[in-house]
Design a protein around this ligand. Structure first.
Ligand code: PAF
Length: 285
């Protein structure tokens, strides 16, 4: 397994692979790998001849009061998991990935401030900008993202289409613990009690999904059923539990909407840990 720290080194390797007729698959991550990430690596492997993993805790997507400094960094364990899942190259940029004087941003106007973007201003600009830099460095034929970060995946899909990145974007399903908790690098911060309470998120999503009848014709009803489940054991703060139209990113909370498919999205805080989760209704990806 090769490790590259600069974009030119990484790009030279990818281009050599492509010249040799190999399709390059890519999974961008911030490390602290778990089974959710390894499922993305496995998906990338199925769709390509060689897989690149990037590990970079991107400072520009964290707000001033967020957990950049304490975000888990588990380099040795990440290397072992990457090797076990057949990764051939790791891109691990150093801090100078952002050169002195860095100013440029890639932004998806409007969409960057919906729900998650409203609560985390600048977050999505940080994500779309760093993913652009990672795509330029790795130059993949196919990139795999997790549905767990559904809004992120929708913004990146829009960006890839709008700016002609010329790669296939794949969104792979969320991996869950057997009790329904969506895997996340941040789950390790949950106390035992908060972890138990957080199960209400997936229960609420499931209750709403059960009401779906093949189209998002009754958004307020679908949302109300899930919110009623949430109310049985509410998070300390509920940021949102609502439906999104994946094509317009409009929030669908009124009856009469005819969008199909759509995405149920949820976010809440347990103690100091903020969790997000979602469920797709119909063929979103
Ligand atoms: O989903 C993540 O881990 C990050 O947002 C990403 C896509 C690697 C960009 O830093």
């Amino acid at each position: 397994m090769q490790i590259f720290h600069t974009a030119p080194q990484m790009r030279a390797w990818s281009r050599a692979q492509q010249k040799a007729g190999r399709r390059v698959g890519f999974v961008p991550t911030m490390g602290a790998l778990h089974t959710g990430h390894t499922s993305l690596l496995d998906e990338a492997k199925r769709r390509s001849d060689t897989v690149v993993l990037s590990i970079f805790v991107n400072p520009t997507q964290f707000g001033p009061n967020e957990d950049f400094a304490k975000y888990p960094r588990t380099w040795e364990a990440d290397l072992a998991l990457a090797a076990a899942h057949g990764v051939e190259a790791i891109f691990h940029p150093t801090e100078d990935f952002y050169p002195p004087g860095y100013r440029t941003q890639v932004t998806v106007p409007g969409w960057k401030s919906v729900l998650e973007g409203d609560i985390r201003p600048d977050h999505f600009d940080g994500v779309t900008s760093v993913v652009t830099k990672l795509f330029h460095a790795v130059d993949p034929d196919v990139a795999v993202f997790g549905q767990k970060d559904a809004q992120q995946a929708l913004l990146i899909r829009r960006m890839v289409r709008d700016l002609d990145f010329g790669l296939d974007l794949v969104v792979a399903p969320t991996v869950r613990e057997s009790d329904g908790l969506a895997l996340s690098s941040r789950n390790r911060y949950l106390s035992e009690n908060d972890r138990r309470r957080a199960l209400v998120l997936s229960r609420a999503l499931n209750a709403s999904v059960a009401l779906w009848n093949g189209g998002c014709r009754n958004p307020s009803e679908i949302i109300a059923v899930g919110r009623a489940v949430l109310a049985q054991d509410p998070p300390d703060t509920l940021d949102y539990f609502t439906l999104l139209d994946p094509d317009s990113l409009a929030v669908l909370d009124a009856d009469g909407a005819r969008q199909n498919p759509c995405i149920l999205v949820a976010a809440g805080r347990y103690g100091t840990t903020r969790l997000i989760d979602n469920a797709v209704l119909g063929a979103v990806w």
